[in-house]
Design a protein around this ligand. Structure first.
Ligand code: FO1
Length: 315
């Protein structure tokens, strides 16, 4: 059984590769919930949905989020009212959000709801929100000496990740508790893979939940990361820009430094082969391969490279 710490698009593609490599029922995906937000009166869990829709072979391939073949009649009708339109939910995606929000109001946990959704999409890997409690990534920028606070979706979608970020916090982290399923998965997994997701915005919230980082420190020998940064650029999203604004190196080396206490191995892209020596000097075993997952075969080979590094792969 293997665990994958997961954000959105990059992690979903990586998990798809893994599901083509090993028995999908042996994969446990621990999902970030720091991007979650209440919008349109509904509970949005973008990373969970991106993973479910991708593994369910129904993701919109152009955006990397939402459903393929989606229609937008509800959003158009909402726009006619002058309603909130910067964050768009497609007509079919709306059903996902109505379902989730209703069950949350009835007191069903996000873990249980996610499992019901997974089954509806015929997804075999288990998808586990890191916590059922409140955990939100909050970003700050400074303008004319005044600090401005933004929720993740305000930063990412409304402001198109343009603001220069001065700091990031994980609101609720101190009181959050990892679910029993998550703890048990991380205790027993034969390999723990950190997907090629944004270290600060996607994996950082997972690591901020009390107990998780300590557990990974103890299991460091079994933890391998895949760099989401290739030649100083994120494949998707603001990872490189944000890391540089926060004073973290915007490179595969910066990623290795960010995770250095909790990983024993990392996979970096061939374009970054020149960084391998510096990363190995941190005491991190380094594999160099193609990490740009533009098809399932690349994802599968990447998953294999990562698993092979800690001897967790199939023969
Ligand atoms: N991203 C956008 O850029 N614009 C949107 O209107 C938008 C809506 C949306 C709805 C549901 C969902 O699951 C994701 C959505 N996203 C949208 C993507 C989302 O903001 C990001 O993919 C993640 O939060 C970053 O990992």
């Amino acid at each position: 059984m293997i665990a994958i710490l997961s954000g959105g698009v990059g992690a979903a593609r990586f998990a798809l590769g893994m599901a083509n490599l090993i028995d999908p029922q042996d994969i446990f995906i621990i999902s970030n919930v720091g991007d979650d937000e209440e919008l349109h009166g509904l509970h949005i869990s973008p990373d969970i949905d991106t993973v479910i829709y991708t593994l369910g072979e129904s993701i919109n391939p152009e955006t990397g989020w939402g459903l393929n073949g989606e229609t937008w009649r509800v959003m158009d009708a909402l726009a006619a009212y002058g309603g909130l339109t910067w964050f768009r939910l497609g007509d079919m995606d709306l059903a996902t959000h109505l379902f989730r929000t209703q069950l949350l109001r009835e007191g069903v946990t996000l873990t249980e709801i996610t499992d019901r959704m997974r089954k509806r999409w015929n997804v075999k890997p288990k998808i586990l929100p890191v916590t059922d409690g409140h955990l939100r990534t909050v970003l700050f920028s400074v303008s004319a000496g005044v600090e401005k606070r933004m929720s993740f979706q305000e930063y990412f979608v409304q402001h198109a990740h343009r603001p220069i970020i001065s700091r990031v916090i994980y609101d609720g982290a101190e009181e959050a508790t990892a679910t029993d399923e998550v703890i048990q998965t991380l205790e027993t997994a034969s390999a723990i893979l950190i997907a090629p997701s944004n270290p600060v915005l996607s994996i950082g919230p997972i690591l901020s939940v009390p107990g998780i980082t300590d557990l990974l420190l103890r299991r460091r020998d079994k933890v391998v990361a895949v760099s989401p940064i290739i030649a100083g650029e994120a494949v998707k999203g603001p990872a490189a820009k944000l890391m540089s604004e926060l004073g973290l190196g915007p490179s595969a080396l910066g990623v290795a430094q960010y995770y250095r206490k909790i990983i024993s191995a990392i996979v970096i892209d061939s374009a970054d082969a020149n960084l391998a020596t510096d990363i190995r000097a941190l005491g991190i075993e380094t594999a160099v391969t193609n990490t740009l997952m533009d098809n399932v075969e690349v994802s599968r080979l990447l998953a294999k490279t990562a698993l092979d590094m800690i001897g967790g792969g199939p023969n």
